[in-house]
Design a protein around this ligand. Structure first.
Ligand code: PRP
Ligand code: URA
Length: 214
């Protein structure tokens, strides 16, 4: 049994998500369809991850009368993809939240050690006042995501939510143990990692499949 606080793990298993994720996993899915599916899954997951966003009232004049409308309160959301594969999820999220700010964290896994190597970072201003969504399709050892969370915490971010598409049990445990406040959304928690720290059954190398660098 996992010993993390399971209330911070949100498995988004809507039928549409399960259907699209299964096509995404297939080795026969084309690059074009893979990109499209990553984007669609990001939309569905983001919808779930933002269901508690605060609202404020404001006056709306319909053609007939004045009524009270609702709008998102506070600073614009920040979406922070972990490069490269996280980029594949950004457009989908911006479809739902077009005015979100976008930061970037550049990181790759060293092929020998599987440790994350950071090569770029640019965040929006005032992350401490924004809901921050770190997005990356794959959560394997958790090295990349914990490094990204640490970066955001060091920058002052308080509301940090991570969106992945496929996670390993080890990755989930590592992330939730690492940060006691982070919320983790994923479409599936797979069986395990193989000896090369790839997720089984997984979907292969997400970055290579999105960008056609196989
Ligand atoms: C992949 C993936 C995650 C990371 C997950 O990126 O997109 O960022 O590995 O592995 P971890 O949980 O063990 O850190 P990769 O390093 O292959 O870089 P890429 O996105 O540039 O292909
Ligand atoms: N990164 C990927 O893209 N896929 C995995 O299975 C693990 C890390």
């Amino acid at each position: 049994m996992p010993d993390y606080d399971a209330s911070r793990l949100h498995v988004v298993d809507h039928p549409l998500v399960q259907h699209k994720l299964s096509i995404l996993r297939s080795k026969d899915t084309t690059i074009r369809d893979f990109r499209q599916l990553v984007s669609e899954l990001a939309i569905l997951e983001c919808y779930e991850a933002l269901r508690d966003l605060p609202l404020e009232d404001y006056g709306v004049e319909t053609p007939l009368e004045v009524t009270t409308g609702k709008r998102l309160a506070g600073k614009k959301l920040a979406v922070i993809p972990i490069l490269r594969a996280g980029l594949g999820m950004v457009d989908g999220i911006l479809t739902l939240v077009p005015s979100a700010r976008v930061g970037h964290i550049g990181m790759y896994r060293d092929e020998q050690t599987n440790e994350p190597v950071q090569y770029y970072c640019k965040l929006p201003q005032q992350v401490e006042e924004r809901t921050c969504l770190i997005v990356d399709p794959m959560l394997a050892t958790g090295g990349s995501l914990t490094a990204a969370i640490q970066f955001l915490r060091d920058a002052g971010a308080r509301d940090v939510r991570c969106l992945t598409l496929v996670s390993s049990p080890k990755g989930v445990q590592t992330v939730l143990d690492f940060d006691k406040d982070v919320q983790l959304y994923t479409c599936a928690v797979d069986r395990r990692l193989n000896d090369d720290a790839y997720i089984l059954p997984g979907l292969g190398d997400a970055g290579d499949r999105i960008f056609g660098t196989l």
